[in-house]
Design a protein around this ligand. Structure first.
Ligand code: DHB
Ligand code: FE
Length: 287
C-alpha cells in the first residue's frame, strides 16, 4: 500500500533559483536560508520518498486570469518548466505518474471536489524551486510528482478550510492506493509577503510564527480566518499558505514537527521551511 511519509513546506521565491545557479548558497545573504535545507536533505535521504504530491500555485503561466481553475490536478507523463523569466536557468522536465494521478482524481471527484484534470500541464517556479532546494543538482531523476495547483491568484480563492479538506481527500486516496509507494507531500509558497500595491514588502513575523505553530497539530484553528482576514495578516501573496493547508490535510497520521527554519527576508518574502513527520508511518516502519 502507498503511505504518506510526511510533508515539507517551503517558500518558492524565484531568486532562489538564480542564487543556486550562481552557487551563492554560502553568501551571507543566502546562508541562513540554505542552511535550513541541511536537515531536509538528511531527512529525505533517510525517508527515501518515491513520489511527491506537490501543492502549489500557478503564477499566470499554465493558467491565466481568463481561465483559472480553483483546483487542478496534473495527470501528465511529464511536467515541463516554462517559467516566465526571473533569470532562472531552464531545468529538466519532471516525471509524472499518471496512474496515481487518475487514482487521486477519481477519489477527489467521488468526494465531490470539482477539480480540473490536466493531461498536459506546464509548471513554474512554484514547483521547480522547491524541487531544486530539496534535491540539489537536479538530482530528482528518481522522484516522480503529481502537481496539484491551488488558485491563490484570481479571487474568489478557496477557503483555508476547503484546502485542508482537499488535502485530506488526497491523503485518504493515497492510503487506499495499492502500489507500494512512499509518498511525500509538498506545499509551496508563503509565508507572509506582498509584492504589489501600497503594502509591497509587507511581512508579519508574529503571524507567520502563529501559522507555523498551528499547522502542526491545530490546522483547524487557522480555518477561522477568512481569505480577506488572512491577506490582511499575511499580505496579498501570503495567501499562498493555502498550499501549506492542503499539504497538512494530506498527512494522515500523528503529525510532529521535525524541523523548522524561518528567515526574513528573501527578496520580498518571509522564507520558511518546515518538515512535518507522519509519525504513525514512522511507527509502522519500525514495526
Ligand atoms: C517573490 C515571491 C513569490 O512567491 C513569487 O511567486 C515571486 C516573487 C519574491 O519575494 O520576490
Ligand atoms: Fe509565489
Amino acid at each position: 500500500m502507498a503511505r504518506v511519509i510526511g510533508g515539507i513546506a517551503t517558500t518558492h521565491v524565484p531568486s532562489i533559483g538564480k542564487a543556486i545557479a550562481e552557487k551563492k548558497q554560502r553568501d551571507p545573504y543566502w546562508r541562513p536560508f540554505f542552511r535550513g535545507f541541511d536537515y531536509v536533505h538528511y531527512w529525505l535521504a533517510r525517508e527515501k520518498p518515491d513520489l511527491a504530491v506537490v501543492f502549489y500555485n500557478d503564477h499566470g503561466l499554465n493558467f491565466f486570469l481568463d481561465k483559472m481553475p480553483t483546483f487542478a490536478v496534473g495527470a501528465a507523463n511529464q511536467y515541463r518548466n516554462e517559467d516566465e523569466g526571473w533569470g532562472i536557468p531552464a531545468s529538466r522536465a519532471i516525471t509524472g505518474d499518471p496512474p496515481l494521478s487518475w487514482h487521486l482524481i477519481n477519489a477527489l471527484v467521488a468526494d465531490e471536489f470539482d477539480i480540473t484534470m490536466c493531461q498536459e500541464m506546464l509548471i513554474d517556479h512554484a514547483v521547480t524551486i522547491p524541487m531544486a532546494l530539496m534535491w540539489p543538482g537536479e538530482n530528482w531523476q528518481s522522484i516522480r510528482i503529481v502537481p496539484v495547483a491551488v488558485n491563490t491568484v484570481q479571487h474568489p480563492l478557496p477557503s483555508l478550510s476547503r484546502c485542508l479538506k482537499l488535502g485530506r481527500s488526497i491523503g485518504r486516496a493515497i492510503d487506499s492506493y495499492e502500489q507500494n509507494l512512499r509518498v511525500l507531500i509538498v506545499g509551496t509558497g508563503g509565508l507572509s509577503h506582498q509584492l504589489d500595491g501600497k503594502r509591497a514588502g509587507f511581512i508579519n513575523k508574529e503571524f507567520d510564527k502563529f501559522c507555523m505553530d498551528k499547522i502542526v497539530n491545530e490546522p483547524e484553528a487557522l480555518t477561522r480566518y477568512s481569505i480577506h482576514d488572512f491577506i490582511k495578516e499575511a499580505g496579498a501573496q501570503g495567501v499562498e499558505f493555502l498550499n501549506w493547508m492542503a499539504m497538512r490535510g494530506a498527512l494522515t497520521g500523528q503529525v510532529a514537527e521535525a524541523h523548522r527554519n524561518y528567515h526574513i527576508p528573501i527578496s520580498n518574502t518571509a522564507a520558511a521551511t518546515v518538515v512535518l513527520e507522519n509519525r504513525a508511518e514512522a511507527k509502522r516502519r519500525a514495526a
